[in-house]
Design a protein around this ligand. Structure first.
Ligand code: KQY
Length: 364
């Protein structure tokens, strides 16, 4: 594996493909952290396993597990899912596995961004995060991919979406947060995205989902379903705090043009009714940084937008809400050539994310 320090992907003809382009596989991490996953992650591991199996029906899945959990992961997951021992601080593959870029010859390379647990000592979510921060490079080594060293720039995979045709989408609340790259201006951040993802246009949504502890990652509020088309998490309830947030994103998208000069077609994806943590769930969590990890009644950032597009399916969350089926039907209409598979993901949501946050695609 070569570590590339002196140039950026766009200078060498590499670009980040859209998630709906063909994959060689998917990376996940086996959950075990006791302040993220209630009751020793028992239920979270079952949900991760169901998601891995659903994705593995159409692409190779690699699951990283700690030394302590390797045997358990190997026993839980079927033989066609690869399990490798790799240390991490938690299980958010989207955020610390490499972002992959590809050139016209089909060569794939990784990008190793800096990771500081969603805000470092400013408003990060746990400490330390050193093992997470090392994963991108280890995974590139494992997969035999050269890697761009961009550790001087803090970025998580869940904070970017691309359409594969020159447009990237982010939220201001996340990329301009004080805990990421406070020394850089908005224009300088855009320049890094353009150089590393090889995009010509960055769409800056103002915000994400209410109480999303990542400073509102884009992958929970809005996602490309095709070039020029997005789904946006939406509520009709004007009294809900989320209404103004989704409305602000819609207003932004309705006046925006993408890199090809297209107007963006916005499909509204309903949100489930507010999901809150129960006392029983809180009792099952260890403390985090000397504080309770969650408090009873706390609202979680539940959204159907947090889905993963696999080669043959779209794997999306279910919350046991009446909107589950409506959301599934909308995604099925938008992805007619893929089977939309719904997986009950409350146990992942309690950890602070959902299906997109725990998966990272490797382009074909
Ligand atoms: O990408 C994500 N949504 C990860 C959130 C991490 C939360 C840590 N408790």
């Amino acid at each position: 594996m070569k570590i590339i320090k002196d140039s950026a992907p766009s200078a060498e003809g590499f670009r980040m493909p859209a998630e709906f382009e063909p994959h060689a596989g998917c990376i996940m991490i086996f959950p075990e952290r006791a302040d993220s996953w209630q009751y020793g992650a028992y239920a979270a591991r079952k949900a991760f396993g169901q998601i891995a199996e659903a994705i593995a029906r159409s692409e190779k899945v690699t699951v990283c597990a700690s030394a302590a959990q390797y045997d358990n992961a190997r026993a839980l997951l079927p033989a066609h899912i690869r399990v490798v021992e790799m240390s991490s601080n938690d299980a958010w593959a989207r955020d610390y596995a490499p972002t992959f870029v590809k050139n016209a010859l089909g060569e794939v390379r990784g990008i190793d961004w800096g990771f500081n647990a969603w805000g470092g000592l400013c408003d990060g979510l746990y400490f330390p995060w050193d093992k997470d921060d090392h994963m991108a490079r280890k995974l590139c080594d494992l997969l035999d991919k050269d890697v761009y060293d961009k550790r001087d720039f803090i970025l998580e995979g869940g904070s970017i979406h691309v359409d594969g045709e020159g447009t990237c989408m982010v939220t201001e609340s996340c990329l301009l947060s004080k805990g990421r790259n406070p020394e850089l201006s908005k224009e300088e951040i855009e320049d890094v995205l353009k150089a590393y993802l090889n995009v010509a246009k960055v769409l800056w949504l103002p915000c994400g989902i209410y109480n999303d502890e990542t400073n509102e990652h884009v992958d929970n509020i809005c996602a490309f379903t095709a070039p020029g088309e997005v789904v946006l998490a939406w509520t009709q309830d004007q009294t809900d705090v989320q209404y103004a947030m989704s409305r602000a994103c819609l207003d932004y998208l309705e006046q925006a043009l993408d890199a090809r000069g297209r107007r963006i077609r916005v499909h509204k994806l309903p949100l489930p009714k507010p999901v809150t943590v129960s006392e029983e769930e809180c009792r099952g969590l260890d403390a985090c940084l000397d504080r309770p990890a969650r408090t009873p009644g706390e609202r979680l950032a539940a959204s159907y937008v947090n889905f993963y597009i696999a080669n043959g399916s779209v794997v999306m969350p279910a919350f046991g809400d009446p909107a589950d089926e409506t959301a599934r039907e909308i995604l099925q209409r938008l992805f007619p050539d893929r089977e939309v598979v719904q997986i009950y993901s409350r146990d992942i949501l309690i950890g602070g994310g959902n299906i997109h946050c725990i998966t990272q695609q490797i382009p074909e």
